[in-house]
Design a protein around this ligand. Structure first.
Ligand code: PMP
Length: 753
């Protein structure tokens, strides 16, 4: 090697040291007076052309005496690139001057350094504007952000499901937010890899930019995006550093508004490219450690960016270039527009309602640029805008959406997948579009099947907004402004283990059940159905006392009635230990009502029942729902079931739920205003009371709710006194998220003391 380099470059007395490279092998060549980098590549026509182009670009940059790039060195025959035989193998070779300096990755970043980096990078791009090459123009490959979607094929190589879903989400966002703008963005040759292993510096400024192997004819803004991706590694506040970079770059090349619009997504696209390629390289060649050198930091950074509202990021980038925020939110104007057309009966959350713009998993983004941690919404069960669910819906919507009067395989496929989650006696399903429609239908089916009229319902229960479901919802009919209890409704006392008559008594469940059974038997008409949730949500997340349902169910059946479990809130693994709430009580209902999480926010509901019940209902008039069971809903519902399994979300609900409750219980020891912590998995209620009397403290509960909203955490309150803090977040909620919520409630309580 030494002899060959000496002969080819006309050097003497050199030492040669091998350096690591991503794909090729490099050598550091030292002579008495100079240092040289000698590069070698596996031979191919494509690589040869690229190396020639890179060399041409570097040669053109040398015309500026202030350039910070390495200079290509000619071989003795005058060529800059040539094929040489090294250790018996033909390799493409070239040599460059060695630049002194520390790698930016190895030193602590300072504001001065970042300013120098941003301006030098822009100056390089000014020079590169003069360089044109058909080789770079025609190159289509994974590391050019305009072709980011080429990396989608590596998604399945990402082993960690939490990482994979976030990357999938950003691939989808890229399609929607960036791809349509690409034709309008400025393009030129760019370095395309200004990561901080390729940047040299002293303690104040940048001294060198190396490795032009990724040169691309691409969007100019990609240059800055790539640099920002790496600059933000291991930074507590990435946007502060990103803003500095934008400001510096903009001082040399003024940025356009549309470039600032896509910058957030391009920064993240580069992180995803890096992670996807290292995942793929690891699969192909587990020995190549260099390929995953930035993976840990990139993943950390990816999850950090997910918590940054894209609108907030764009506003910061705009601020760095002297522009006003992209959007001036006006919540009160939106509210007054809404009230012009809609009754205030359609309520809004919080004293200060929020104008939501976007969402991702357990985060929601408002119009002002804030990110909210969603500790409340259970409808986006597997996470807001989950990419697998979105994709399933988008794909099917583009192909066919019709109704159950036609035949399509998605219907039976989904029905069978859904029913496989139920005990084997529950064999038939009717699809509708909401929990209300499902409750309404369940009652109709029960009446047809039994020929009875009476319905026994749970105190404080809620089952929907249709007339029939309002009739069975004490939460609504018993409201001071409600319609009152209809004659055919029997109301069971809620078997509450915190407040009720038998609270904290041994066998409380049985004692409550005995009273209810007496009430049932005292009625002159037989009951058609008994309906309850296993944990009464609107009642303030009250779990039915243990032993209650197992006593009531036989009594209902003895009268010929059927037992309905409303799993709209508690189903699909939310309770952690069990997939359905009734399983906690060792009972199997005759009919189950489901909704909310079923379509992860796509409107879906269903009634599941036994063969026998379905067959008596089948003797009546046709059942048809225009939208129930349509192929798009089936595709979405099916994707939801898959994601719950793939991401092990039931297990997550169990683990995070236990931890979450333990944190609340610790807080309860400190603050006696926390009267009770209850629920299961990620379905938790925290009852706020007056310290000594244990009377409901609605005012404090509301204060906590609104203060948390002001600090960007979403929770709500419910219960007959609206004093129970309700938290039932998307099932991907993490322990860190749980800690954040409880700490924030702790802060509010400390301030209140
Ligand atoms: N049942 C329960 C237990 C519910 O919580 C709800 C909605 N809050 C419903 C039924 C009605 O569902 P929807 O709003 O989808 O009609």
């Amino acid at each position: 090697m030494k002899t060959l380099i000496e002969a080819e470059l006309g050097l003497s007395d050199i030492t040669v040291k091998k350096l690591n490279g991503y794909e090729n092998i490099n050598y550091l060549v030292s002579s008495k007076s100079d240092k040289i980098v000698f590069k070698s590549y596996e031979p191919s026509k494509e690589i040869f052309d690229l190396v020639i182009t890179e060399t041409d670009a570097l040669l053109s940059l040398q015309t500026n005496p202030n350039n910070l790039t390495p200079s290509p060195l000619a071989f003795l025959d005058g060529s800059f690139v040539k094929t040489l035989k090294i250790e018996g193998q033909d390799l493409i070779c070239r040599a460059l001057t060695f630049l002194e300096g520390d790698f930016m990755v190895d030193v602590a970043h300072t504001k001065e350094m970042i300013h120098s980096f941003g301006t030098e990078l822009a100056k390089l791009d000014v020079e590169l504007q003069l360089f044109n090459s058909y080789i770079t123009k025609s190159r289509v490959w994974e590391w050019d952000l305009q072709y980011f979607l080429l990396n989608e094929k590596y998604l399945s190589d990402v082993q960690n499901v939490q990482d994979r879903k976030v990357i999938h989400y950003f691939l989808q966002q890229f399609k929607q937010e960036v791809i349509p703008l690409i034709p309008e963005l400025r393009k030129q040759v760019i370095h395309n890899d200004a990561n901080d292993w390729n940047v040299l510096c002293n303690d104040k400024e940048i001294t060198g930019l190396i490795d032009f192997g990724d040169l691309a004819h691409s969007m100019l803004i990609s240059e800055l995006a790539i640099a920002i991706s790496y600059v933000c590694f291991e930074k507590e506040k990435p946007l502060d550093w990103a803003e500095m970079m934008v400001n510096a770059y903009h001082s040399v090349i003024p940025l356009e508004e549309k470039e600032l619009k896509v910058l957030y997504y391009l920064i993240i696209a580069r992180l995803c490219t890096s992670i996807l390629n290292s995942s793929h390289s690891r699969k192909m060649n587990p020995e190549n450690k260099y390929a995953s050198v930035s993976e840990v930091s990139a993943l950390k950074s990816l999850h950090q960016w997910l918590r940054i509202n894209p609108i907030g990021a764009e506003n910061r980038f705009r601020n760095a270039t002297g522009l006003k925020p992209v959007f001036t939110p006006n919540v009160s104007a939106l509210i007054s527009d809404r009230h012009q057309f809609m009754s205030p009966l359609v309520s809004l959350s919080y004293k200060e309602p929020i104008h939501m713009m976007r969402s991702a998993f357990q985060y929601m983004y408002d119009a002002a640029g804030n990110t909210y941690l969603d500790a409340y919404n259970n409808i986006p069960h597997v996470g807001h805008s989950h990419p697998s669910v979105v994709e399933a819906g988008q794909k099917q919507m583009a192909i066919l959406n019709t109704n159950t009067r036609y035949v399509y395989p998605q219907l039976a496929e989904y029905a069978s997948k859904l029913l496989s989650k139920f005990p084997s006696v529950l064999t038939k399903v009717y699809f509708v579009n909401s929990g209300s429609a499902a409750s309404d239908l369940a009652i109709r089916i029960a009446k047809v099947h039994t020929g009875h009229e009476n319905i026994m319902v749970m105190e404080h229960g809620y089952h929907g907004h249709t007339q029939a479901s309002t009739d069975i919802s004490d939460y609504k009919f018993n409201h001071p402004k409600g319609q009152g209890k209809k004659a055919h409704i029997l109301k069971a006392t809620i078997p509450d283990n915190y407040r009720g008559e038998y609270a904290r008594k041994e066998k409380a469940g049985e004692l409550y059940a005995n009273d209810t059974i007496n009430q049932l038997n005292a009625s002159s008409d037989k009951v058609a159905a008994f309906i309850t949730e296993p944990i009464v949500g609107c009642g303030g997340q009250v779990p039915l006392a243990h032993g209650y349902l197992s006593k009531i169910y036989p009594a209902i059946r003895e009268q010929g009635g059927v037992c309905i479990s409303d799993e709209v809130q508690t189903g699909f693994g939310r309770l952690g230990e069990v997939y359905w709430g009734f399983e906690q009580h060792n009972v199997i209902p005759d009919i189950v009502v489901i909704g909310k999480p079923m379509g992860n926010s796509h409107p879906m509901g269903a009634v599941i029942c036994t063969e026998e019940i379905a067959s008596s209902f089948g003797e009546g008039v046709e059942f048809f729902s225009s939208f129930g069971g349509n192929p798009v809903s089936c595709a979405i519902g099916s994707a939801v079931l898959d994601v719950i399994d793939e991401e092990d979300l039931q297990e997550n609900a169990k683990n995070v739920g236990l931890y979450y409750q333990s944190l609340f219980n610790d807080l309860k020891k400190k603050y006696p205003c926390i009267g009770d912590v209850r629920g299961a998995g990620l379905f938790i209620g925290v009852e706020i009371v007056h310290e000594k009397s244990r009377k409901p403290n609605t005012e404090l509960a509301h204060k906590i709710k609104n203060e948390l909203r002001n600090r960007f955490i979403l929770i709500s309150t419910d219960g007959p006194f609206d004093n129970v803090i309700k938290t039932k977040p998307p099932m991907c909620f993490s322990k860190e998220n749980a800690k954040e919520v409880v700490e924030m409630i702790g802060d509010v309580l400390a301030e209140n003391n």
